[in-house]
Design a protein around this ligand. Structure first.
Ligand code: UDX
Length: 429
């Protein structure tokens, strides 16, 4: 199958590499000429485990190509995926300018039948608008179909999620387009759900909001556990064993961040409002998440009293483990507050320091996790990198002024840390 993907960001690039790997002929397109030049030179602009190898392998094999030209992609491919950003606007609604522009660009060069697939996360009814836009600007009056095919990949495990999806959702009504989309996904051997366009678009916002809700629920429970002297990790384990609930996304901590949940929850609240429904439940989900960070900060202030001139060792900057992404990262938010209150922040992250430096140059970036302990008044663990579990916590302690640890991810074993002599503060335990 000949496929083009417009937008070579996290979603577009990883999807393109996986499609190429399972045997399709793929062209990845981006309007950022530096990005395309760097990809052509074999440099991958993001860190995603396994991506670099996959890109290199398939470029060498000749099934993965890069170009700036939408015209070339549309001409050479039967299926055109749109994977451009849909960033949030101030009021929580979605900026649709990139999608709209791409729809016009496709229309201008569309000469034969093509399936135009929206992969970006978009408000319900976007597919209908993309269809009308292409129809309006297509001077050749060619035939085409518009399909919604939302992406559910998680950063950090994107390759796995793409190659082994729980489900593939295809929102389309045209039998011709459905047949082609089934061929695109046949090699994946995943369950395929065919829906109408609007339902497919809703599935994405509904799923992400539900996952955010699940985390906010356990975070709210963490407060009850603290007040009651219970342990939220045990409560989560007990709940998760019920297969109707499931054990995933029940890790209490400093709250959810990243490029998807904050923007998708805000967007879904706005979309619902525009459709005449006040989604109060989701407003509360978002509020719990904001409060979770504040409550954690309050704990730090309670112990350290004044943050000014305190040396805070910050472990983690990425919004979660196995990624270099710092967009809407709670760890970065904490660093901002520490700096604002006059603390010295010395931080380490295995992958995200490059991106963090661009946003927060006044942090002192350490060359190892051990270094964050140097003369520190406390350590704040803000990202759930597994390698932080097995640090030499004894040596860390010997370097600190006072051995206090605020574990914002409940990553460490509380009992062991206390036995080692740490003052340990976790979340709901
Ligand atoms: C998410 C969705 O999972 C994915 O399906 C969608 O396509 C994009 O958005 P991602 O943003 O990569 O993926 O991150 P995810 O692994 O879902 O984690 C989101 C945030 O929740 C992170 O900040 C993470 O630290 C936090 N989290 C996750 C918790 O606090 N507790 C949990 O139990 C799980």
């Amino acid at each position: 199958m000949k496929i083009s993907i417009i937008g070579s960001g996290y979603v577009g690039l990883t999807t393109g590499a996986c499609f190429a790997d399972i045997g399709h002929e793929v062209i990845c397109i981006d309007n950022d000429s530096n990005k395309i030049k760097s990809l052509l030179a074999g440099n991958i602009p993001i860190y995603e485990p396994g991506l670099e190898e996959l890109v290199k392998k398939n470029v060498k094999k000749g099934t993965l190509h890069f170009t700036e030209s939408i015209e070339e992609g549309v001409e050479k491919s039967l299926v055109i995926f749109i994977a451009v950003p849909t960033p949030p606007l101030e009021d929580g609604s979605v900026d649709m300018t990139y999608i709209e522009k791409v729809a016009r660009q496709i229309a201008a060069v569309l000469k034969d039948y093509r399936v135009i697939v929206d992969k970006s996360t978009v408000p319900v009814k976007t597919g209908e608008k993309v269809y009308q836009t292409i129809k309006r600007y297509n001077s050749h009056k060619s035939e085409f179909d518009v399909v919604s095919n939302p992406e559910f990949l998680r950063e950090g495990v994107a390759i796995h999620d793409l190659l082994h999806p729980d489900r593939v959702v295809i929102g389309a009504t045209s039998e011709r387009a459905i047949k082609i989309m089934k061929e695109v996904y046949a090699p994946f051997k995943a369950p395929i759900l065919i829906t109408d366009l609007n339902s497919a678009e809703l599935i994405k916002h509904a799923s992400n909001s539900f996952l955010a809700l699940k985390i906010s629920y356990i975070n709210a429970l963490s407060r009850i556990c603290e007040a009651a002297g219970a342990n939220v990790q045990m409560v989560a384990e007990g709940m998760g064993l019920d297969h109707r609930i499931g054990k995933h996304f029940l890790k209490a901590g400093i709250g959810w961040g990243g490029s998807c949940f904050p923007k998708d929850v805000a967007a879904f609240i706005k979309i619902s409002q525009e459709l005449g429904y006040d989604f109060k439940l989701l407003k509360e989900v978002s509020q719990i998440n904001n409060d979770q960070k504040e409550i954690f900060l309050r704990k730090i202030r309670n112990v350290l009293w004044v943050l000014k001139d305190k040396r805070i060792g910050l472990l983690g900057l990425a919004f979660k483990n196995n990624t270099d992404d710092v967009r809407s990262s709670v760890a970065m938010d904490l660093a901002r507050v520490f700096l604002k209150e006059g603390a010295i922040v010395q931080a380490f992250d295995p992958k995200a320091m490059g991106k963090a430096k661009e946003l927060l140059p006044s942090i002192h970036y350490c060359s190892s996790a051990l270094e964050v302990a140097e003369e520190a008044d406390c350590i704040v663990l803000a990202t759930e990198w597994e390698e932080f579990i097995n640090l030499d916590w004894k040596s860390m302690k010997s370097k600190m002024i006072s051995p206090i640890i605020f574990d914002g991810r409940n990553l460490l074993d509380k009992k062991k840390m206390i036995e080692m002599g740490y003052h340990y503060v976790g979340v709901g335990n």
